[in-house]
Design a protein around this ligand. Structure first.
Ligand code: BYC
Length: 331
């Protein structure tokens, strides 16, 4: 059977009639749940939305290495240290897959990193909070990676092929991250009263910022409607947030920890948990750069980039030598 993809022209020649025809083919492919691939025609706004979201996601992965890396040298055992190092390395890998996916849309990694370093592109609000104790590593794994999985599993069905395929692998690795966080918190929760208190304190601090990760409420979400029409996003911010709350409540009970929300209760009629109001003022302040760690995160990122310049130069020189001068630009 012929699919919309089979009829997709590689590129438009620029006439208005062409654009309309190509848009109709694009719309049909999205409607038929086919994947849009890099050489396919796509609306400029679709491309721009994908670059914005994928770049923000990639930046989140590499900035997200910082709060956890803070604890690698202080992990309480060799086993915990090895697990945490593997997890932080995975985040770097996720960044690579995602920058690679963004490159298929015609933007270079250099360009995206420059936008991150100059504050023109965002990264997730969650990574602007400090990791004060070892239990924070567990809370990040359980809650932050748990929220990430809830948000990212539907992205495996994103209409843009390279992003969807990158997400499949990322989600598999995120599941391991989430489990290690849960297991770490369980060990602390069942430990001494001091360890239990440390686990509870971490959950108290990470719960609300984790709910903010899903983005603003649907009625304030500038991009959701269009992104859902294009099947980039499959569910709204509020739908995914609710799903996450419903998943976490029984898990918190199994952990022997409480979620810091007095309004949290099962609503029989809705078939979901009700939860208290989120402090959206805090969220927007963090996005504006006024979170507890915004400045530190960006400073460290820029420093790491500068310190890695020699690696990029060496890799480019090596590639040029072996490819007759047409080699790759990146380390
Ligand atoms: N933080 O119209 P909306 C990870 C911005 S990585 C900062 O709803 P959209 C992990 C949004 O960009 C976690 N900004 O936007 C890594 C927009 O501003 P602009 C990252 C946020 O895109 C390492 C404005 O608010 N995950 O989990 O439709 C270790 C209006 O929002 C946030 C992803 O990036 C936020 N939380 O929906 C461990 C997943 N929320 O761009 C874990 C992919 C919103 O107009 N991304 N904004 O200036 C997405 O699914 C979507 O981009 C979002 C937001 C659901 C996050």
């Amino acid at each position: 059977m012929a699919t919309a993809a089979a009829h997709r022209p590689a590129r438009a020649d620029g006439t208005a009639a062409d654009a309309t025809a190509y848009e109709a083919v694009f719309d049909a492919a999205v409607a038929a749940d086919e994947r849009i691939e890099p050489r396919d025609w796509m609306p400029d706004a679709y491309r721009a939305t994908l670059v914005r979201q994928i770049a923000q996601h990639a930046h989140s992965e590499i900035i997200g290495m910082q709060p956890e890396a803070n604890w690698i040298t202080r992990a309480p055992s060799l086993r915990r240290k090895a697990i945490l190092m593997a997890k932080v390395q995975d985040e770097a890998g996720h960044g690579l897959y995602l920058y690679g996916a963004a490159e298929t849309l015609g933007t270079s990694r250099d360009e995206l990193l420059d936008k991150l370093h100059t504050g023109r592109q965002k990264y997730s609000s969650i990574f602007n909070y400090p990791t004060l104790t070892w239990a924070d590593v567990g809370a990040i794994g359980w809650l932050v990676d748990g929220a990430a999985i809830t948000n990212q599993v539907p992205l495996c069905r994103c209409s843009y092929g390279p992003y969807a395929r990158a997400m499949v692998r990322i989600c598999k690795e995120e599941s391991f991250h989430q489990r290690q966080g849960y297991e770490l918190l369980l060990a602390l929760s069942r430990g001494t009263p001091e360890q239990h208190a440390m686990a509870q304190d971490a959950v108290n601090r990470w719960w609300w910022p984790s709910l903010m990760m899903f983005g603003p409420p649907d009625d304030e979400s500038a991009h959701s409607a269009q992104s859902m029409a294009w099947k980039i996003k499959r569910h709204s911010n509020d739908e995914l947030r609710q799903r996450f709350v419903d998943i976490c409540v029984p898990q918190a009970q199994s952990l022997g920890l409480t979620l810091p929300d007095p309004d949290l209760k099962w609503n029989e009629e809705r078939g979901h948990h009700d939860f208290g109001p989120i402090d959206w003022t805090e969220f927007w302040e963090v996005l504006k750069g006024n979170g507890p760690c915004n400045e530190q995160r960006l400073t460290q990122r820029k420093q790491a980039h500068e310190e890695g310049a020699w690696v990029r130069e060496a890799a480019a020189a090596y590639a040029a030598k072996h490819n007759g001068g047409t080699g790759a630009q990146h380390a």
